[in-house]
Design a protein around this ligand. Sequence first.
Ligand code: NAD
Length: 371
Amino acid sequence: MATRNKSILMLPGDGIGREVMGEVRRIAGWLEKGRGVAFDISEGLVGGASIDEHNTPLTDETMAEAMEVDAVLLGAVGGPKWDDLDFALKPERGLLRLRKEMDLFANLRPAIVFDALAEASTLKTELVSGLDIMIIRELTGGVYFGEPRGIETLPDGSRRGVNTQVYTTPEIQRVARVAFDLARQREGRVCSVEKANVMESGVLWRQEVQKVYDEEYADLELTHMYADNCAMQLVRNPKQFDVIVTDNLFGDMLSDEAAMLTGSLGMLPSASLGATDATGRRRALYEPVHGSAPDIAGSGLANPLACLMSFSMMLRYSFDLADDAELIERAVTNVLDGGLRTADIMQEGKAKVSTGVMGDALLRELDKLAA
Ligand code: NAD
């Protein structure tokens, strides 16, 4: 049976999004030539680039294509040029529409520290060196979406603000399964995080994660932790974790906290996963955590590694190409060990290089590793 090509929609977006995506494209080309991986890559507009061309941050056609392909890789959206537009027309709406219509309920934020960059962390080098943890944040439920919500004026004239933390069992179970499935490809350890000591939604979260574990994943390891303790443990001894799974609110904070253990925004990849369809394909959007960095756009200063590592997550999680993902990660490690740095991760005694020169070095390194 012929193997179907792996279809990817690349949406470079705005600012440095285009520059970093350009480097990823070169690496994808290398994989096609050097490793015989067959990609069908199409490119589309999102954010300000789409507003300029089509007067909307995401056209229906591009949205439809995102639903069709195996995976979407996004650069970044936004910039001062579009800051004064109405909220509904802003570049970010394109990204939000993708996330919503693809029903991306699980947000994966790895916190990986390359040894060469361990000194850039605010924590002691020995605490973070070799760190590799994965935080999975539930992305479509919880207190950011729960009803009732709003601000009301009470009879005595004072006002009351209300948000509702709410989770159903299917919402908890599906994100728990993503966490266990990922853990199976890693060290097999999941830590589920909530506040079951003070919140009913936390009690339910803990019970449901435990149930999914008991019934389907008992060969792995599951622990439970309160969110406040997790925040402390992440700075006390982050290497104790493998996979952390938590709700939307706690995940928002804990993933940013973990990101800061690693140093630069230019190094942080992410993925958002949705439900699996009848053919077993899971909707997926991969993107660097950083924005469009208008302050450095067009000057060759952008670090392409966050976008490249997002692509490598795509290889691993959408295409089951762990060997190719590892190859890319090894190339990144070696290039950093060799002393090359883009401006954002520059350290004394290292060689400062542009976006394109970093891409050249990665390609040379891949050639060497594959030889
Ligand atoms: P930003 O992430 O774009 O930049 C923050 C700082 O980090 C800047 O000084 C920038 O130069 C630097 N930086 C970021 N990525 C870098 C990289 N790869 N290499 C080197 N340096 C890098 O955040 P911001 O300045 O707050 O926002 C700029 C624009 O991006 C805004 O329009 C914002 O709305 C948008 N934004 C988009 C996304 C997204 O597309 N997912 C995320 C955040 C912000």
